[in-house]
Design a protein around this ligand. Structure first.
Ligand SMILES: *Cc1c(COP(=O)(O)O)cnc(C)c1O
Length: 366
């Protein structure tokens, strides 16, 4: 039986990509703000309805550049219920992550618990739109205003989403997107920062190219996070299909919901009403006492049938051994409980009804 992967990257028809890269052979411009990169940056500025968009080599470097460009130092309030990248970007930038608990209905940072964590060392807030659920933007904005803090959203899961009709890249000082192969929209590896401030946009551009500004000046301490022409070409092709891909993901998600609703001990996150979703992940939460089996047992049972699911996000980033237990005592009981119960099921535009039936049957018959 064919293995069902947790996701399958979206790729354009081969001929379409070949057609797209032909011009690279003509102009022999491979990287450094070439025509493909400029074209994709413009397309994404339009597509995401943002004032400025800056492409990067990946989402992680975009987070690091964002933190540094905003001048964040000291403590950054963030969530432990996220991918390693979010926390690593904070630590790698020389800042200290201060972990805030999450809201169980969205798995995003609980905005009501942020204020209590602010100290004189706090300079910013780094929330994550987990699974494409949108954070409490208004409350976070109010807190940031009140205390003079910067806000950098990790929007890696939220490509093409909007809330109350406002596209997601318009909130906070910066939003960061990931275009990694496994994300809804991919450039193989890639990412972007969106912002409304032209000077900040210029600074981001210079930071991702060693801080170089003009021909004879290096104006800030930067890094190499440039997107190559081949990656940008992949993005140009994939962007033509992303609307269709999201529609297919929606059908998959709705079918899962139909089969897995009202099962004792198995809960789903409710879809937020005022947002247009991209259906990037399908997490389920298993309460062992009520369901009769643990999350880990279900994960193993699926694996036994060659179906790959992920404990996404487990463990909490605050528990990573990399940090030597320094943050392990963060008071985030809801995040801990969600991390112990969560399993994200396979989800891709290509997943068939038959496959979904099979996955759900294994879980429900178990
Ligand atoms: C994927 C991801 C990132 C990192 O993006 P890369 O492009 O893989 O570097 C950051 N944060 C979250 C929440 C992610 O899922």
């Amino acid at each position: 039986m064919k293995k069902i992967e947790v996701t399958t990257p979206s790729i354009p028809p081969l001929e379409e990509y070949i057609r797209e890269i032909e011009s690279i052979w003509e102009c022999k411009w491979l990287t450094n703000a070439g025509p493909k990169q400029i074209e994709l940056e413009q397309q994404l500025t339009d597509y995401l309805h943002v004032p400025y968009c800056t492409l990067t080599a990946n989402g992680h470097l975009a987070l690091e550049i964002g933190i540094q460009a905003l001048g964040l130092t000291g403590e950054i309030i963030t969530t432990p219920f996220t991918f390693a990248s979010t926390t690593q970007a904070i630590v790698h930038s020389g800042c200290t992550p201060v972990f805030c608990d999450i809201n169980p209905t969205t798995c995003c940072i609980d905005a009501d618990k942020i204020e209590a964590l602010i100290t004189e060392k706090t300079t910013g807030i780094l929330p994550v739109h987990v699974y494409g659920n949108i954070c409490d933007i208004e409350k976070i904005n109010d807190i940031a205003q009140k205390y003079g803090l910067k806000v950098l959203y990790d929007a890696a899961h939220a490509f093409d989403e909007s809330i109350d009709g406002i596209p997601i890249g318009n909130f906070g000082d910066i939003s960061v997107f990931s275009f990694h192969a496994t994300k809804v929209f991919n450039t193989v590896e890639g990412g972007a920062l969106t912002c409304a401030d032209q000077n900040l946009h210029k600074k981001l551009h210079s930071m991702l190219d060693f801080g170089i500004c003009g021909k004879e000046n290096v104006e800030c301490v930067g890094i190499n996070a440039k997107m190559s022409e081949f990656h940008a070409a992949m993005g140009i092709c994939n962007l033509r299909h992303v609307f269709e891909e999201i529609s297919k993901r929606r059908v998959v998600t709705e079918y899962y919901r139909k089969l897995l609703s009202d099962i004792p001990g198995l809960s789903l996150l409710e879809e937020q009403e005022n947002i247009s979703h991209n259906y990037s992940y399908f997490p389920i939460f298993i309460n062992k006492e009520q369901f009769g089996h643990s999350r880990d047992e279900i994960c193993e049972e699926l694996e036994h049938h060659r179906i790959v699911s992920r404990k996404y996000f487990y463990p909490l980033t605050s528990h990573f051994s990399a940090y030597g237990g320094k943050f392990a005592n963060a008071d985030t009981p809801i995040a801990q409980k969600m991390a112990e119960q969560v399993l994200t099921l396979p989800l891709s535009p290509l997943l068939t009804k038959e496959q979904i039936n099979k996955i759900c049957k294994i879980i429900l018959d178990f």
